[in-house]
Ligand binder design. Structure first.
Ligand SMILES: *Cc1c(COP(=O)(O)O)cnc(C)c1O
Length: 396
């Protein structure tokens, strides 16, 4: 296994956790597309099951291709160990099941991914695990929302799709005072832009479906922990027994995608800035939200915890649902699709798509109004994307 703690992130994303000398000189990480492994002897099988000898048993419990991915994401997030799951939601479920028990309370940032909200509702109905969604604008506000039964703080930043930020340092300060675990969904930034563990967070997770893979052809999730033993516990309990492990082929595709993450994020961010400047000037656009906007009320937080702005922009258009849908129906080059982080520029309407499961009053309180659109800025030439937006905006 190749490891070098002095490597820069860009280097680690290409080399961490893999030594070609151990794999017949193969430059690319080999795809171990196997369900099970052959033991040398009955005694070896016994030792492996007893945990006395490391080695492969069965691919739900470990796979060499997946192992490289787990080493790599742990290093990228500056954590001690990682786990790979079949989807982002499997990673969210595993860590929330791990940190909670019946009657506990989870404190969440006001905007969380729709299915994470769905999972919290299931946990509430079945196990009386309650939650509160709060804006987390200040340390005092977070402090006030902590209850005796609170066990963890669950945060997304930037918040989907409104681009509000949560100050990670403030969250960690409160968590330390109360002995709470902090979990951050880092999907929007990727570890190239933001590394929450360096602020003292306990767990970072990703929908690797998005920027980490970057090519729109895999559903996968990743989880990284500050504490190696805790990740080992999740591996041997929730991950093993709930069973949401990644397939070797998806892990292989992810390793391929991750190699180019830094160059993609640089370009996504540069392109987003171009579209941000364009959209701000459009008479049919009301407001544009982007974290690296020096007029964004939380720009100071953005600079403190993010290396650059990333590839997501949201904006409101003048009018409501009708105008938003008219704009979407006119798009030609820009694809009308949910998901994000791909080479293709994608646009969606959160109120009727990703956030449609959230009751209207709650959704609007989060800032997800009928006139809000979310844009995942791709890697095309932005002149072509602007030409498409231009004709679509003119049609409404
Ligand atoms: C997509 C997404 C998820 C869920 O990930 P899947 O891979 O679709 O299961 C969770 N959080 C955020 C912020 C996402 O964008």
């Amino acid at each position: 296994m190749q490891k070098n703690n002095n490597w820069h992130k860009e280097t680690a994303m290409i080399h961490e956790g893999y030594n070609s000398k151990e794999h017949q000189g193969s430059l690319a990480v080999p795809l171990y597309q196997t369900a099970t492994y052959v033991f040398d002897s009955a005694e070896q099988g016994e030792r492996r099951f007893a945990g006395e000898e490391s080695g492969n048993i069965y691919s739900r419990l470990g796979n060499p291709t997946v192992g490289v991915l787990e080493e790599r994401i742990a290093r990228m997030e500056e954590g001690s160990a990682g786990l790979a799951f079949t989807s982002g939601m499997a990673a969210v479920s595993a860590v929330l099941v791990h940190v909670t028990k019946a009657n506990d309370h989870v404190l969440c940032s006001r905007g969380i991914y729709g299915c994470t909200f769905g999972l919290l509702k299931i946990m509430q109905e079945k196990y009386s695990i309650t939650h509160d969604l709060i804006s987390m604008a200040t340390e005092e506000e977070i402090e006030k929302a902590v209850k005796p039964e609170t066990v963890c703080i669950y945060v997304e930043t930037p918040i989907n799709p409104t681009m509000e930020l949560v100050d990670l340092q403030a969250v960690v300060n409160v968590a330390k005072r109360h002995g709470l675990k902090v979990i951050v969904d880092n999907t929007f930034c990727s570890p190239y832009i933001q590394t929450p563990l360096t602020f003292g967070v306990d767990f970072v997770l990703h929908s690797a479906t998005k920027y980490l893979n970057g090519h729109g052809d895999v559903i996968a999730g990743l989880l990284v922990g500050k504490d190696q033993e805790e990740i080992a516990t999740i591996r041997s309990t929730v991950q093993k027994d709930y069973g949401g492990v990644i397939s070797p082929f998806d892990a292989w595709l992810l390793l391929r995608g991750i190699k180019t993450l830094p160059v993609r994020m640089d370009r996504h961010s540069a392109n987003a800035k171009i579209l941000f400047d364009y959209l701000k000037k459009q008479p049919k656009v009301e407001e544009v939200f982007y974290p690296f906007d020096d007029r964004h009320s939380q720009y100071e937080i953005a600079k403190k915890q993010m290396k650059m702005g990333g590839g997501l922009i949201s904006f409101t258009i003048k009018g409501g649902k009708k105008e938003a849908q008219q704009l979407l129906n006119k798009l030609e080059l820009v694809k009308l699709a949910v998901s994000l982080g791909d080479a293709e520029t994608l646009m969606q309407h959160p109120a009727t798509m990703t956030h449609s499961g959230i009751p209207k009053a709650e959704r609007e309180k989060m800032g997800v109004t009928d006139s809000l659109l979310r844009l995942s800025v791709g890697l095309e030439h932005m002149d072509d994307v602007i030409a498409d937006l231009e004709q679509a905006l003119h049609s409404i």
